[in-house]
Design a protein around this ligand. Structure first.
Ligand SMILES: NC(=O)c1ccc[n+]([C@@H]2O[C@H](COP(=O)([O-])OP(=O)(O)OC[C@H]3O[C@@H](n4cnc5c(N)ncnc54)[C@H](OP(=O)(O)O)[C@@H]3O)[C@@H](O)[C@H]2O)c1
Length: 378
């Protein structure tokens, strides 16, 4: 692969292609978000982005807009064009047929059956091809797709709303609402981009949340994330709001197939048998299953039990925590139930990626720092 010195104009074009790609944030699932810009003589002449699985890919849309003028132009594509027949024909054929002078690519397609294949096809055809421009940005935009393709796991974000002293619910369970309206609206946009929303049976029993993606006007978003409940004993009430349309629901349980599952199945709720683990369901296996179901990003809205168990299982990629300007005191529930630590050396270290005010609340995005491989037990 050629790693070239890119010009300022190259950067501008790829930045624009990434902006276009991001327009598919809530709709491309399970596909990646991809954007494309076609330029010639220092001017952008056509743009495109992938909007929905089964519909045209970014390159094809930009090509349609460029028409004849695509010949001899430079293509900027945030991800390597695909070479396989999926829901649509291979994009690399469409790009080749347009006879561009040069193709600049962001990231290599992480899909093992593609990985570098599209680039090779372009190079073999004698087209100047350069890869890696703003590749890190393209991968961040597609963190879930990349992780699913490379590791067979979804990208898992745990959201918590807490008081400034890190409390997520009163001892009696009351927790609605700790944060303000702006934070709750922000949560809606994270839900909308996610493939699935996970919670625990206790939160369902206590709060009966809808867990769907809603638009700013209160209406339901067109694509609903799959609502997933970790519920080893099938304690979820059959009329729980999270099981109702719009969108589908899935329960992971240890209850075997049979009578107890029927009322759920009769309502169209999917039920999967889960492996048992200390504290409930084997969460690593649950995430592996979600990846097999093509879930890219999983958004967790649960209490301290499930949030702590996910952290302990080592499957959390990001924490999104909203701190409200209030104090709930030591008797209230914390954020993560974890086994007692005996030494500060055992603490879980985080890296803070971003802090931002959302209305009157402070949003912190952090990432667990993976322990060095030598310290890992699995
Ligand atoms: N502040 C916030 O952001 C926020 C968000 C959500 C909820 N809440 C509050 O949190 C409270 C509920 O929290 P919670 O901690 O009791 O419940 P939770 O974390 O929502 O759910 C825990 C339940 O999930 C099930 N589960 C299945 N597998 C598990 C595993 N491997 N590890 C842990 N749990 C597993 C268990 O029930 P089974 O034995 O039935 O499987 C467990 O009791 C409520 O008061 C709610 O209002 C706050």
């Amino acid at each position: 692969l050629n790693v070239a010195d890119f010009s300022d104009f190259d950067r501008q074009c790829m930045t624009r292609a990434l902006e276009l790609a991001a327009r598919g944030l809530a709709t491309t699932d399970p596909n990646p978000r991809v954007g494309c810009v076609i330029a010639r003589e220092g001017q952008i002449i056509a743009e495109g982005f992938h909007e929905r699985a089964g519909e045209a890919h970014a390159e094809v849309i930009a090509l349609r807009a460029a028409g004849e003028r695509a010949a001899g132009a430079t293509f900027y594509i945030t991800q390597e064009p695909c070479t396989h027949f999926g829901r649509t024909p291979p994009c690399v054929d469409a790009v080749l047929a347009a006879r561009p002078a040069r193709v600049v690519i962001g990231m290599i397609d992480p899909n093992p059956r593609e990985r570098g294949g599209g680039i090779k096809r372009l190079e073999t055809a004698g087209i100047e091809t350069q890869t890696g421009l703003l590749a890190a940005e393209a991968r961040v935009l597609n963190c879930g797709f990349v992780q699913r393709m490379e590791q067979g796991m979804p990208w898992v974000r745990v959201k918590l709303a807490a008081s400034l002293d890190g409390r997520t619910a009163l001892a009696n369970g009351e927790s609605q609402w700790i944060t303000g309206e702006a934070a709750r609206a922000d949560v809606q946009s994270w839900r909308a981009r996610s493939s699935a929303i996970l919670t625990g049976s206790a939160t369902i029993l206590r709060d009966d949340p809808q867990l769907n993606a809603r638009l700013p006007d209160g209406g339901a978003a067109t694509r609903q994330p799959l609502r997933v409940i970790a519920d080893s004993e099938l304690r979820t009430p059959v009329n729980a709001r999270a099981l109702s349309p719009p969108g589908e629901a899935l329960i992971f349980t240890n209850v075997p197939e049979g009578e107890q599952r029927r009322p759920f199945e009769a309502r169209g709720v999917r039920i999967e048998s889960a492996r048992r683990a200390a504290g409930g369901i084997d969460l690593r296996q649950l995430m592996t299953r979600l990846a097999q179901m093509e879930m890219n990003e999983v958004w967790v809205e649960a209490g301290a039990f499930l949030s702590g168990a996910l952290l302990a299982a080592g499957v959390v990629d990001e924490l999104v925590i909203y701190f409200a300007p209030s104090i709930l005191g030591g008797a209230a529930r914390g954020m993560f139930e974890l086994p007692e630590l005996r030494s500060l050396k055992e603490r879980r270290e985080l890296e803070i990626l971003e802090t931002r005010m959302i209305g009157a609340d402070l949003r912190v995005i952090a990432r667990p720092v993976r322990p060095p491989a030598s310290a890992r037990t699995s």
